[in-house]
Each structure stands twice: as structure tokens, then as C-alpha cells.
Design a protein around this ligand. Structure first.
Ligand code: GLC
Ligand code: CA
Length: 562
């Protein structure tokens, strides 16, 4: 069945809710969230109305990068519980009508994975070719930039076999060698293992990086970090591997897949998500995250530039308007909090702007990916000191800045806005000492504002951010126009208003969002402005006359047009 020009699919109609298990709910007082904790909160999840739960990695891991360094692909991380807990969680979510998507981290493993242990032990070990090695007698390997390395290079020297191994991320995250068909087969078998347990899909971590260039050619010496990412994403065999994965695994299940797509652009994304190519269903990009954010997360004056934001979101929508399918998100475990990034998290406007952003995201075309806690209006914690951070990325970059004699205070100031730990602080369940997250010492500090911002306080308040989120989800479910309707941006140059139309057959909705703390007027051509009904509004009224809408600070509204 189709809707507009799109074929209907459950994952296009779904709202995905992301849980960072480490920070969601601790059940045994060790200060680390766990699977039992999520089981204890399934009724909360069901009460939201979300359809899919994406869990960040739950597999065996020494946690150099909080589970993105896997040492056992078929086991559960000790801190998170047991396979029996996982099975129980999966059924509890399925019973309540929610599906479960796991995080597939197969660009790299942990250096503690038995494959790598074997691989590094001898040059003629059968597992040698599961990873990328550069023999030291060939001289220094061609420069590769690393996201996390404390010295910046993606090649690490390993004395045991006098060779360098490749790691785009931390030294404890060696890149797997997809060029080896045996490795690919191991990964496909492992994916079948999880599908046979009943999971409903995968989010594929940095999947655009899996194909490496033959012989690791030199890149031009002046290649910037951003250009490196583009190159990493253009490995010659990427699409061959994704197509093979689809044929070998994905096509056997009614599942959903989403690529984490660093290096993807509106021009190349269809090569991954065009249904005819049989690779993946969806992909998500970083272009809006990067507005006003430069090298190592340093912020510049463009941070928060709404005109650019609209342009980016619109360009991506257009690229996937007829083929493939888009994704929309404000944040996840790698980015700052939604309200701190695009709203105003001061006490005066926090709730209002959180609701407006909720309304905006859930009115866009594309599957929304929602990050836990944003439905409460949780904010950045803004750590003052490097000692408060747990994230290896912030910590390693800080030390690089220090070594280079750079401005560490400016770095810390920027990371109050961009640091990943801002989104990783524990979920704020109630106003008790550790926000109801743990009875022990939380692995990462709880935001002191949990006294005001927490689920318990919001649950029964009809006017809360949380209940606004629930209502918005219901509206999206009832209104196919919000899922499948065409998207048309109006007033692209308006610096404060984001206004767009969604249309399906003869139904037309107008979405009006004021991305500022000022009252503004928005003039729309007369024909557009015959309001027949107000479907959602974060204020009690919406003032308009003769095609001019007066929007209060951070107002958001959805109206139907006659
Ligand atoms: C992805 C993950 C991020 C992780 C990195 C390395 O970007 O989202 O959290 O650090 O990959 O696996
Ligand atoms: Ca625990």
C-alpha cells in the first residue's frame, strides 16, 4: 500500500526512542544503568507511545568507549546483566507493542576481543587478516586521522609483531578488515544470532567507514579532519558489502536498519537507502550538528544559525522526497541536549522551547529518532572541569589541546555546549538525591537540576513537557499527513521562524515555530492562512489576522488549512 508517493512501511510510521542503558536506570546500586533497570521502566516507555527502542551497545565490552568497543558480540556486558535479562526485556517490550533495535558496532571491535588478541600475536596467525596491519619495515604508514587517539594518529605501533594497526577511533578500537570474506561471514552469522532471538533491527555504527582504500594510499598532506571523514566514507567496496549484508541477513527478516552515516551527503545518501539497491532502510547525517561547530567541538558564531538549520533540514528532506526515506533527530548520546542546542534552557523558556522543539521534530517528514530525557526537557550539565568528564573523546582532545599549548579554557567553554557527556548524565526520574537513577554513586554526575526537571513531577501534570510529547506522538499517529505528507519550507530567510507546510492529497497542515525568545510576526500569503483548526499549540491561543501570525516566544503550533 502506498501513501502519497511513498510505500507504507512500519518503520516510516514509527517514532524511535533511544536508550543509553548506562544512564537510564540502575537496578543494583553499582551506579551503572542496566537491563534490569530498563525492565523496571517498561511501563514508562509504553506510556510514551513510542514504537521502537534503540539500545546503545549492550554487548561484552571493556568500556573504553562505553560499549562501542566490543569484546563479545554474542554476550551481554557484565555491568548490564545477563542474556536472561535481555530475553526478558525483549519480551516485555514486545508484549507492550514496542520493537527493539540493537547497535551493531562492526567497523571496529575492542582490542580485547579474542580475534584481535589472536591477530596481534603473530604475523602468520589465522586471525591476522581480521584487522588492518602495516608492517613497520615498510616505514611509517600513510597518515590517517583518528577521531579519539590521544596523539591524533589512526595507526598504533604494536611491538609484538613490529607492525601498526589501524584504528579510526581509540587505540582500544582496532578497525575490522571487511576485505576479508571470513570476517564478513562471522558478522553475518552474529547478526542472524540476534535476529533469531527476535530483535527487530540494527542501528549500524559508523557503517560508512567499513571499506578501506586498497593499500592505504597517501591522502593529500593538507587533508582536514572533515575531509578525512568524507574519504573514509567513500571506500571503494562499501556498497558491495552493504548489499551483501542485505542479501545474506537483512532480507530474511521484517526488520529496520539505520546507518550512522558520517560523510554522507544529500548527493550520495541514496546509494545507501534507495530501496531498489537493497542495502539499508535509513541513514542519519551530521550536517545540522556541525552548524557552528568546528574541529574538536569548538563553537563559532554560526552556532544556532536558524537559516542554515532550515536549509540543511530542507535539503535532506528533498534528497529523499521520492526515493529512500529520511530520518530526523535533534540529539543522541554523541551530541548536546536538544533544548540546550536549539532551544533556551533557562528556567524562563526551558519548558516552552522544549515543547516547541518537540512539536517541530514530530511534524517533520522522516522517521524521528528521540533521545531519552529530551521528553522531560533535560539540559546540558556544563561541566566546569575536565575531571568531571568521563568521555574519552573530550578527555583525549583536552590533552591534545594542552600538549599543543592551546587554550584549554576555551576548549572547556565550547564543550559545555558540545561535549558528549552533556547528553549522557543519568535520566532524571525524580527529585531524590540521585534522581531515582541509582542508590549508589552514579558513574557520571547527575544534573543538579533534577530537583525541578524530572519524570515524577511531570507525569501527572497535563501541562508538562512530558505530556506534550505524549500528545504530539498521538497526533503523529492519527495524522498520516505528518508522516507521509509533502514538506514545503516557507520563509526560508526568516531568521527566527521555521514555518512549513505538510500536504497529503487535499489535506494541508501548516507548522509554525518560533525559534527565539522574542515575540515575532510571520506574514504568510493570504491563500495559505485560512485556518480551520488548531491541532497542537504550546500556548493557549494563536493570534492571526489577514494572513499574519503573531507568535509568542518559542511558540509552536500546527494548524489545518481550509
Ligand atoms: C559512533 C558512536 C559513538 C562512538 C563511535 C565509535 O559515532 O555513536 O558514540 O564513540 O561511533 O564507535
Ligand atoms: Ca547497575
Amino acid at each position: 500500500m502506498s501513501c502519497g508517493n511513498q510505500k507504507r512501511q512500519w518503520w516510516k510510521e514509527a517514532v524511535v526512542y533511544q536508550i543509553y542503558p548506562r544512564s537510564f536506570q540502575d537496578s543494583n546500586g553499582d551506579g551503572i544503568g542496566d537491563l534490569r533497570g530498563i525492565i523496571n521502566r517498561v511501563d514508562y516507555l509504553a506510556s510514551l507511545g513510542v514504537d521502537v527502542i534503540w539500545l546503545n551497545p549492550i554487548f561484552g565490552s571493556p568500556n573504553a568507549d562505553n560499549g562501542y568497543d566490543i569484546s563479545d558480540y554474542r554476550g551481554i556486558m557484565d555491568e548490564f546483566g545477563t542474556m536472561a535479562d535481555f530475553d526478558e526485556l525483549l519480551s516485555a517490550l514486545h508484549e507492550r507493542g514496542m520493537r527493539v533495535v540493537l547497535d551493531l558496532v562492526v567497523n571496529h571491535s575492542s582490542d580485547e576481543h579474542p580475534w584481535f588478541q589472536a591477530s596481534r600475536s603473530a604475523r602468520d596467525n589465522p586471525y591476522r587478516d581480521y584487522y588492518h596491519w602495516w608492517p613497520a619495515e615498510n616505514g611509517e604508514p600513510p597518515k590517517r586521522w583518528s577521531f579519539f587517539d590521544e596523539e591524533g594518529s589512526a595507526w598504533a605501533y604494536d611491538a609484538q609483531t613490529n607492525a601498526y594497526y589501524l584504528h579510526y577511533f581509540d587505540r582500544k578500537q582496532p578497525d575490522l578488515k571487511w576485505e576479508n570474506p571470513q570476517l564478513r561471514q562471522e558478522i553475518y552469522d552474529m547478526m542472524h544470532f540476534w535476529f533469531q532471538k527476535g530483535i527487530d533491527g540494527f542501528r549500524l555504527d559508523v557503517i560508512t567507514f567499513i571499506s578501506k582504500h586498497d593499500g592505504y594510499p597517501e591522502f593529500p598532506a593538507d587533508t582536514t579532519a572533515l575531509e578525512m571523514i568524507q574519504r573514509y566514507a567513500q571506500g571503494p567496496r562499501l556498497h558491495e558489502y552493504l548489499h551483501e549484508m542485505n542479501r545474506e541477513v537483512l532480507s530474511h527478516y521484517d526488520c529496520m536498519t539505520v546507518a550512522e552515516g558520517p560523510g554522507t551527503t544529500p548527493e550520495n545518501v541514496l546509494a545507501i537507502v534507495d530501496e531498489d539497491r537493497q542495502e539499508l532502510n535509513m541513514s542519519y547525517h551530521f550536517e545540522h550538528q556541525n552548524i557552528g561547530v568546528g574541529f574538536r567541538g569548538m563553537v563559532d558564531d554560526d552556532y544556532g544559525d536558524l537559516v542554515r538549520f532550515k536549509e540543511v533540514m530542507t535539503r535532506w528532506d528533498q534528497a529523499l522526497a521520492h526515493r529512500g526515506w529520511n530520518t530526523v533527530y535533534f540529539t543522541n548520546h554523541d551530541h548536546p541536549r536538544m533544548v540546550s542546542r536549539w532551544g533556551d534552557d533557562s528556567p524562563q523558556w526551558r519548558e516552552r522551547s522544549s515543547k516547541m522543539l518537540t512539536l517541530y521534530l514530530l511534524s517533520m517528514r522522516g522517521t524521528p529518532y528521540w533521545y531519552m530525557g529530551d521528553e522531560l526537557g533535560m539540559t546540558n550539565i556544563r561541566f566546569e572541569r575536565i575531571e568531571d568528564y568521563q568521555d574519552l573523546m573530550t578527555i583525549n582532545w583536552y590533552h591534545l589541546v594542552e600538549q599543543e599549548g592551546g587554550d584549554t579554557q576555551a576548549f572547556l567553554d565550547s564543550h559545555k555546549l558540545t561535549g558528549r557527556d552533556n547528553a549522557r548524565t543519568p535520566m532524571q526520574w525524580d527529585s531524590s538525591d540521585n534522581a531515582g537513577f541509582t542508590s549508589g554513586t552514579p558513574w557520571l554526575k547527575v544534573n543538579p537540576n533534577h530537583k525541578e526537571i524530572n519524570a515524577a513531577a511531570q507525569n501527572n501534570d497535563p501541562d508538562s513537557v512530558l505530556n506534550f510529547f505524549r500528545r504530539m506522538i498521538q497526533l503523529r499517529k492519527q495524522e498520516p499527513t505528518l508522516v507521509y505528507g509533502h514538506y514545503d519550507l516557507l520563509l526560508p530567510e526568516h531568521p527566527r521562524a521555521y514555518v512549513f507546510k505538510r500536504s497529503l492529497e487535499d489535506k494541508h497542515l501548516l507548522v509554525l515555530c518560533n525559534f527565539s525568545s522574542d515575540a515575532i510576526e510571520v506574514a504568510l500569503p493570504g491563500a495559505l492562512a485560512t485556518v480551520t483548526d488548531i491541532l497542537m499549540n504550546n500556548y493557549d491561543e494563536l493570534t492571526h489576522r489577514d494572513g499574519v501570525f503573531s507568535l509568542r516566544p518559542w511558540q509552536g503550533a500546527i494548524v489545518s488549512l481550509g
